[in-house]
Design a protein around this ligand. Sequence first.
Ligand SMILES: *Cc1c(COP(=O)(O)O)cnc(C)c1O
Length: 383
Amino acid sequence: MSETFLPFSRPSISRAAIDDVVACLESGWITTGPRVAQFTEALKDYLGAPYVLPLASATAGLHLTLLAMGIKPGDEVITTPMTFAATLNTIVLAGAKPVLVDIEPDTLNINLNEVEDAITDKTRVIMPVHFAGLPVDLDHLYEIADRHDLRVIEDAAHAIGAEYKGKRIGSRGDTQVFSFHPNKNMTTGEGGCVATQDEELARKIGLLRFHGIDRESWNRYGKSGNQDYEIVLPGYKYNMMDIQAAIGLHQLKELDQFILRREELANRYQEALIDWPQWTLPGNPPYPHRHAWHLYTPLLNEVTAKMNRDEFMQTMKEKNIGTGLHYRAVHLYPFYRERFGFKEGDFPHAEYVSERIVSLPLFPAMTDADHDRVLDVMYSIFK
Ligand SMILES: *Cc1c(COP(=O)(O)O)cnc(C)c1O
């Protein structure tokens, strides 16, 4: 095979971003500082959120938001089994119990019609995932949350740039957590942020992200700062560095272009694969929305394909094409089975999807020729 390996995802880092990372390194200030402050304002503008806190990762954001909401042992948090482990791990790290609700088989988002049955007097938070960048039905979600006086943390790791009824994810509701991991729609290397409408929550997350110090180091050691500070609680070390923000400032400017290209490629897959009996394509909800297309995740039918998903991924790899697996249903991992007693059969739709889902290559720098190559290889496998 003479062709180079095509990965399932690859970040697009501009020359301007690279130059600014170098400028940051040469500036003498590389950790949390002026670039993070600038990135915070740029994110507020883009998202339409009053409070935004850049962090070391989305995992840090989920963890701190749960803690800042006062989640503690004995509390329950409702979420989906079709997600990255971080969603559930942070619930456990906060001491709470993850209560799972099965997904809708077509959108792969949590089935809001079943959420109410899972609410108990211990439930404190609903934590849905905008799967692959497809917004959950926010009107329905917040109607349930309001009726039961619950908080909402939207795991928006896939969803920066997504819109629900004409409004960006992050511009309304309670709290959203975004990821800037290299595979996500925009990157800061590692990184993430919390967006919230709640000033008091933002203040608490601000304390928790940096040692419980009520003034960050830049303010203390900069020219205008004063070095005095108070520790008001034992915080974490979850701050974002200026090196990361330097990348993020450029990525954010390019984000809408990135999403437009992702959308073109996703539509190209939809059109090309619609008649293939091997695939069940991602579904579309009826409400107005803009999909951020973080992932393109059809389901492989092992009968018509004459191979299962794992064999398909292996075959693609042998033909120099990378694919991804997002995700295996989280409740079936050993820790979750053992600690919470989850078992096969608990969430049939998530388990069905877990066996069949595959992420096909999708990233902004992918060319039409790359895309044709993926389709040609799949055609040669299935013909
Ligand atoms: C990537 C991801 C996270 C974690 O993001 P990090 O920035 O890597 O910590 C959380 N939830 C979901 C659904 C994700 O895909």
